[in-house]
Structure formats: C-alpha cells, structure tokens
Design a protein. Sequence first.
Lengths: 135, 131
Amino acid sequence: MSDPVNLSLRAALDLRYQRHEMLANNLANADTPGFQPTDLEFEGALQRELAGGTAALARTNPAHLPAPATTGSDSELQNTVERPDVTDSLDGNGVDSDKELARVADNSLQFKAALEVLRRRYGVVKQVLTDMSRV
Amino acid sequence: MIKGFGILSSGMSAQRERLDLVGSNLANANTTRTQEGGPYRRRVAIFEALGDDQNPSGVAVSEVRLDQNPGPVVYDPSHPDADADGMVHMPNVNVVEEMVDMMTASRSFEANSQAFQTLRDMVSQSINLGR
C-alpha cells in the first residue's frame, strides 16, 4: 500500500493542505495594513518533500520516484515565498481577495485530482480483495 | 489538527467585529452626548496579523481606536447641546464612508466563508477516501 507513487500522492495532498492554510491566512488578512501575502512554491516544496525520504527506500534506477520522509508534513515550510498582488495600496497591504480566491479554487481542484488518483489506486486493491473472497 | 479552519474563522470574526463597529458608528451618527463628554467619536477597528510566514495564524482586532478628526460644527441655537454662539459639535461619522466600510467588511467575510467551505469539502473528500 505504501509504494512510491502512493507516498508521493500523499505528500502532494499534505502540501495542498498546507498551501490552503497559507492562502486562508492571506484572505483572513485581506484588510490588515502592511500585510504581505505568502504562498507555497508547490513544485519546489514537493521535490524537497520527496527528496527527504531517499534513505528509507533504495533506488535502483534514477528514473524511480523517491519516497517521502515519514515526518515530512510536520517539517517547517521551506518553500514559502512572498507574493504581493497589489503593490500600490495606500495601507501597504498586498492582498487581492479575488486572485486569492482563484488560487483557493485552483488548489482545491488539484487536491481533488490527486485524491481521485489515490482513490482509484485503492479501488484496485479493494477490487482484488473482493474478487478473492468470492473464489 | 487542521489549522485552516481556525485561520478562516479568525478572519470571519474580525470582519464581524468591524461590522459591529460600523453599526455603532451608524447608530450614533447624530449623537452629541457621550459618557466621556462631547459628541460621539467614530470607532475604527485596527487589524493585526497573527503568527509569521512560517506559522500563519490568522488575524485579530488588536484595538479599537477613536477617530480623532474633528466633526462638523453646525449652527442650531435651539439644540440643547448648542454652545453660547449657538454652534453644535456633531460626531465625525460620515454615513457614506461607513456604508463603504460595511460593504468591504461583508465582502471580506464572504471571501473567508467561501474558502472555509472549500476547505470543508477538501476534508470531507479525504475522509471519504476510505469508503
């Protein structure tokens, strides 16, 4: 059940949750003077997460996906970037709520996609188990 | 466990507090007597971001400040609070400004509630993964 593909899907889901948290914080602070929004640089963060677990599983081929570290989700967010949308607001706030909401929608859709792949992978296992019990 | 809910609800409660102050300002747009003396002063919510980049924790109303700008002075000798020259000091509440503030607060509230809904969907989908 914990082959590299499942593990990397899990890491992706964890990071989607974390990114949603940061976008949520930007939305909550949309009216805070001087606040600069942050975002998770997703691809970089995923690479880092996946690279963390190379000690656990040996890779016999460089094309193999490395497995993530088991403590990955609790580690500090390393790929946080500041990303102001508005640079000329009077109170120094850099949040554009509309763009932020669009990112929330995008992030949740990507989350759904990864979840669906994981669901189908588990579905295959479930199918096998059901068929085995019929024999 | 899932911090996003806390962050978004902090956003919603901060906007609600701001709406409360808008309500108070509108209700007192013509109040010339207060406990501290003089006309009513407009209340403004000051927002403060909690946590830092590594550990975002939402927003809070750090203080409620009184707007110190002078309000209009109108000539109305029949008013009980008129001074010797017949001038009355009115509150520094601009009704139009308050309405704009009210709309901004309610839109921000909506944005937070929308993201809350999205997070709720994400969580319930992950829970259903095991089915």
